[in-house]
Design a protein around this ligand. Structure first.
Ligand code: IPM
Ligand code: MG
Length: 358
């Protein structure tokens, strides 16, 4: 039987709660499928580890992860540790260290969930945002001089490389080409940012010639926010820079009804290194320990992991179970306006999986 080695990093806040729920659902999937199993190793990395040892993960942590087939990640960020420390100490260190350059964020309105847009059906809002995940505005280049003095200066340098842009464009075009509408919107800001963003546009146009079946259009990021709200049905696959896609994906998640259901995959598409799968919502310290975190984002993230591991049938089954559960409002957690607990939603998804005879 095939066995997949999974590194589980619950991290901070509600991260460990949703990852525990996600692992239960994945185990149920494997039982239902019968053709594969998971071998899970849990890591206690995150802000508590930082408070005890001064680092979010031990030296050599990223190397240790290389031996796994996938990483299942909860959230990182704590109220009493600066956000840039937690982020660069764990999540970005893993993404950059394992060259997970393609961040993929599907957005759909799931059955039973009402988004804030009037008259927009699930069919009209079905997007995948591809986020460049290795450079751009998150490259980490820059510095501060004359700290604390009136002449203090700080730089935050965006990096756009031909290789980095070309590989994310190829990934986005291939993904768009695999979807029924074959439609790719390239988000840019080349009117104001005349170097990196112009290179971005040029490479998009070059790569487009390799994918004659894909229709593309170009959108300035500011105008894109309006189009997402006013004409959601005109969008399908979207590619954007690290920061632009960060912002647009929060808007997308809100338009689909809740940040609590949005999944993401940090992919190393070539499979040279393991990819990392995480819900978008973050650590949500306001509800830690209450048992009401919405595990749907983590389950959907599990669907992406199963797909990536090469288990599309199990992935489809888990997605069907998720949709059956969200369709019933008695299974909605408080972020969706309901009263259900993490436990109840998890049990409902597992029951739906076990009852799925397809
Ligand atoms: C996301 C998050 C992170 C990001 C935060 C936690 C730094 O917002 O995954 O979208 O900006 O990348
Ligand atoms: Mg974000």
């Amino acid at each position: 039987m095939k066995s997949y080695r999974i590194a589980a990093i619950g991290g901070d806040g509600i991260g460990p709660e949703v990852i525990a729920a996600g692992l239960e659902a994945l185990e149920a999937c494997a039982r239902r499928d019968g053709g594969f199993r998971f071998e899970v190793k849990e890591f206690d990395w995150g802000s508590d580890h930082y408070k005890r040892h001064g680092v979010l993960m031990p030296a050599g942590g990223v190397d240790e992860l290389r031996g796994f087939d996938a990483i299942y990640f909860g959230a990182v960020g704590a109220p009493d540790v600066p956000d840039h420390v937690t982020l660069w100490g764990l999540r970005l260190a893993i993404c950059q260290g394992l060259d997970q350059y393609a961040n993929v964020r599907p957005t759909r309105i799931l059955p039973g969930i009402t988004g804030p847009l009037r008259n927009v059906s699930a069919k009209e809002l079905d997007w995948i945002i591809v986020r460049e995940n290795s450079e751009g505005e998150y490259a980490g280049q820059g510095g501060r001089s004359h700290k604390g003095l009136p002449e203090e200066v700080a730089t935050e340098v965006s990096i756009f490389t031909r290789a980095g842009v070309a590989r994310i464009m190829r990934f986005a075009f291939a993904l768009a080409s695999s979807r029924p509408r074959k439609l790719l919107t390239v988000v840019t800001k080349s009117n104001a940012q005349r170097h990196g963003m112009v290179l971005w546009d040029e490479i998009a146009a070059e790569v487009a010639t390799e994918f004659p079946d894909v229709t593309t259009d170009k959108m300035l990021v500011d105008a894109m926010t309006m189009r997402m709200v006013l004409k959601p049905e005109t969008l399908d696959t979207i590619v954007a820079t690290n920061l632009h896609a960060d912002i647009l994906s929060d808007l997308a998640a809100a338009l689909a009804g809740s940040l609590g259901i949005a999944p993401t995959a940090n992919l190393n598409p070539e499979g040279k290194y393991p990819s990392m799968f995480e819900p978008i919502h973050g650590s949500a310290f306001d509800i830690v320990g209450e048992g009401i975190a919405n595990p749907i984002g983590t389950f959907w993230t599990g669907v992406m992991m199963l797909d990536h591991l090469g288990e599309p049938r199990a992935a489809e089954r888990l997605m069907r179970a998720i949709e059956r559960v969200t369709a019933d409002a008695s299974h909605h957690t408080p972020d969706l306006g309901g009263k259900a607990t993490t436990r109840q939603v998890t049990d409902a998804v597992i029951a739906a999986l076990e009852g799925d005879n397809a």
